[in-house]
Design a protein around this ligand. Structure first.
Ligand SMILES: NC(=O)c1ccc[n+]([C@@H]2O[C@H](COP(=O)([O-])OP(=O)(O)OC[C@H]3O[C@@H](n4cnc5c(N)ncnc54)[C@H](OP(=O)(O)O)[C@@H]3O)[C@@H](O)[C@H]2O)c1
Length: 353
């Protein structure tokens, strides 16, 4: 069999870029282990529209302009390309311990015997000895094929069953003990699910990665996460303008067009995206905006080092929550007659099986 040639990502010259942000100036959030995570990371989900090679090339250039935090996942289908990008970054002189690399366990790998194998595959793909953070991507163990429509339903779909989730979590804890990952965390959890996990975990989650943008502020979950010493990592922080068609509904609102966001942006001479990111950072969450356009991801990182929004701006932005969840998770529904709201435990208790 002919060997496929490994992609090579050119190291941009100069590295670091002259117009970049000094990574030492990017603020960090402190975790209970004493580790520090940069307050902005680069998302790497290409939304089915951006190739793995394009995302990996952006990862290298983003490192040149000062990014050190990258949010990856096996399901994004590009970890192998990103692995070559991470090699290029380290060849350019960035030490492994200056990087923060997150990956995530996909939903069809919740069986305890699959957890270590999945993590080891991500490590091989990313060409790393350890991950800084490994997340359970969703609380539902449910295989569905990549790119499937939101109306697709898996015959194997299962509800959240805490005893099963804890078996997955025990296997996640083992990864920490083995030194394969430095921290573990959750994603797409709700308050009642987190209450059970925090009660039962031997190794506590350090974060919950959750959808957070001005039109979807999740104030109760945000407050719960922070009150319990977890870090809220905010996905789709710009309102995911590039999300796949399958994740769009007629009722969705557009953060970047919100009159309050636009007015603040105009007054300060900023792009509305920068306003969303400044709001996120000042509120205490860690946004992970995706972009493969240099001007955009550079502007997103600069948002960490330029003057903050005023208290009045922050208050005005707090007032524009439209409770508009964009990533509704319909493919996780496990029985007929349910609606996506059932996935999110809106009345404060876990939706029964
Ligand atoms: N844990 C989970 O379940 C979960 C779910 C969803 C997402 N995520 C993570 O969160 C990351 C971000 O979420 P997302 O990709 O859905 O949404 P997002 O970051 O809110 O939006 C990304 C879109 O915004 C555009 N953009 C970025 N910076 C911009 C700027 N400065 N000005 C104008 N447009 C800009 C990008 O286009 P250009 O490339 O053209 O700049 C891209 O189309 C993902 O990549 C992934 O890593 C996690």
């Amino acid at each position: 069999m002919p060997q496929k040639e490994a992609p090579r990502y050119a190291i941009p010259a100069p590295f670091p870029a002259v117009d970049g942000v000094d990574p030492c100036c990017v603020p960090t959030q402190l975790l209970p282990t004493g580790a520090r995570i940069p307050v902005v990371g680069l998302g790497t989900f290409g939304s089915d529209a951006v190739s793995g090679a394009a995302v990996a090339a952006a990862v290298v250039e983003a490192a040149a302009v000062g990014y050190r935090h990258f949010d990856c996942a096996s399901v994004y289908g590009n970890e192998a390309q990103i692995g070559y990008a991470l090699q290029a970054i380290q060849a350019a002189g960035v030490k492994r311990d200056a990087l923060w690399i997150t990956s995530k366990l996909w939903n069809d790998k919740h069986a305890p015997r699959d957890v270590a194998a999945s993590c080891e595959q991500s490590l091989r793909d990313l060409q790393l000895d350890y991950l800084d953070l490994y997340l359970v991507h969703w609380p539902f163990p449910n295989f569905h094929p990549p790119h499937c429509d939101v109306t697709a339903r898996s015959p194997d779909a299962r509800p959240y069953l805490h005893a099963e989730y804890m078996q997955t979590w025990r296997a996640m804890e083992e990864l920490v003990k083995r030194g394969l990952v430095r921290h573990i965390g959750t994603s797409n959890m709700t308050i009642p699910k987190l209450q059970l996990l925090l009660r039962d975990a031997a190794v506590k989650p350090v974060c919950n990665e959750m959808e957070l943008h001005p039109h979807f502020q999740q104030p109760e979950l945000f407050a719960f996460v922070r009150a319990n010493g977890l870090l809220p990592i905010g996905y789709s922080p710009l309102g995911s303008p590039g999300r796949p068609l399958r994740d769009r509904t007629a009722d969705d609102t557009v953060d970047l067009d919100d009159p309050v966001v636009v007015a603040i942006a105009r007054r300060l001479g900023l792009h509305p995206a920068t306003v969303c990111l400044k709001w996120a950072i000042q509120r205490g969450q860690v946004p992970i905006p995706f972009s493969v356009k240099r001007a955009n991801y550079l502007a997103n990182l600069r948002a960490t080092v330029t003057p903050p929004l005023t208290a009045a701006d922050m208050q005005a932005l707090a007032g524009i929550d439209r409770k508009c969840r964009l990533i509704k998770g319909q493919v996780f529904l496990w029985k007929a007659g349910q609606s996506w709201e059932d996935l999110w435990d809106l009345n404060g208790t876990i939706t029964p099986p």
